[in-house]
Design a protein around this ligand. Structure first.
Ligand code: ATP
Ligand code: MG
Length: 202
């Protein structure tokens, strides 16, 4: 018997964390696929504040990344954007993201969505052992990154989901924008226009 369509006992909420510098269609397909397969009621996109694994890199200011995320997700009724990470001072740790979203949605079942590359970092995350109690973890396939053989993930805690392959990265979008190359169809139209209007990545 199908349980699709809001007949779960608890609301099912996905959390898509990322730097989103800028958000691109790879992020959106990942969230959409997990929402479909896991029958989620909502996916909350959470732009990071200061990403812990990018401390040595230049990151676009949080308001621009937040606004591009809002623009990119606006047309999907299941997609929302949260400011919890950009409003929390200091380095962003996923354990804090999960605790904040949990506090806002006490009765929800949470699904944290990552790509195959980010899941390799999971075990180094602060308080990793407490994260499993707060959410299910879904690692989606990503072109160029194989499932991390060297990384031991706790038994039964992280699902792997194959999704349509989009070989898009924010790094490549930034490089293209810097050189005046096209980013159309890699990011949503509104994000192309936001990048141009505000002269990002030049
Ligand atoms: P950067 O190149 O700046 O690191 P990115 O494209 O990796 O940017 P992030 O904001 O770092 O984007 O990623 C947020 C999340 O989305 C991560 O869990 C990442 O693995 C996942 N992700 C990013 N791009 C893809 C893609 N093309 N397919 C599947 N998952 C992706
Ligand atoms: Mg990345």
């Amino acid at each position: 018997l199908s349980t699709r369509g809001n007949r779960h006992a608890r609301p099912r909420i996905g959390i898509m964390g990322g730097t989103f510098d800028p958000i691109h269609n790879g992020h959106l397909v990942a969230a959409s696929e997990v929402a479909w397969v896991y029958d989620l009621d909502e996916v909350i996109f959470v732009p990071t504040g200061r990403p812990v694994f990018k401390l040595d890199k230049k990151v676009t200011n949080a308001e621009d990344r937040y606004l591009m995320t809002v623009i990119a997700t606006a047309s999907n009724p299941k997609f929302t954007v949260s400011r919890v990470d950009i409003d929390r001072p200091g380095i962003t740790y996923t354990i804090d993201t999960l605790r904040d979203i949990r506090a806002q949605h006490p009765d929800a079942e949470l699904f944290f969505i990552t790509g195959a590359d980010a899941v390799a970092e999971i075990m180094q995350w602060k308080d990793a052992e407490h994260m499993w109690d707060l959410a299910h973890f879904v690692a989606v396939t990503r072109p160029g990154y194989s499932s991390p053989a060297g990384v031991k993930l706790p038994e039964g805690k992280v699902d792997t989901l194959e999704i349509p392959a989009l070989a898009i990265s924010s790094t490549d979008v930034r490089r293209r924008a810097e050189h005046g190359e096209p980013v159309w169809y890699l990011v949503p139209d509104g994000v192309v226009q936001y990048i141009g209007k505000h002269g990002l990545y030049r």
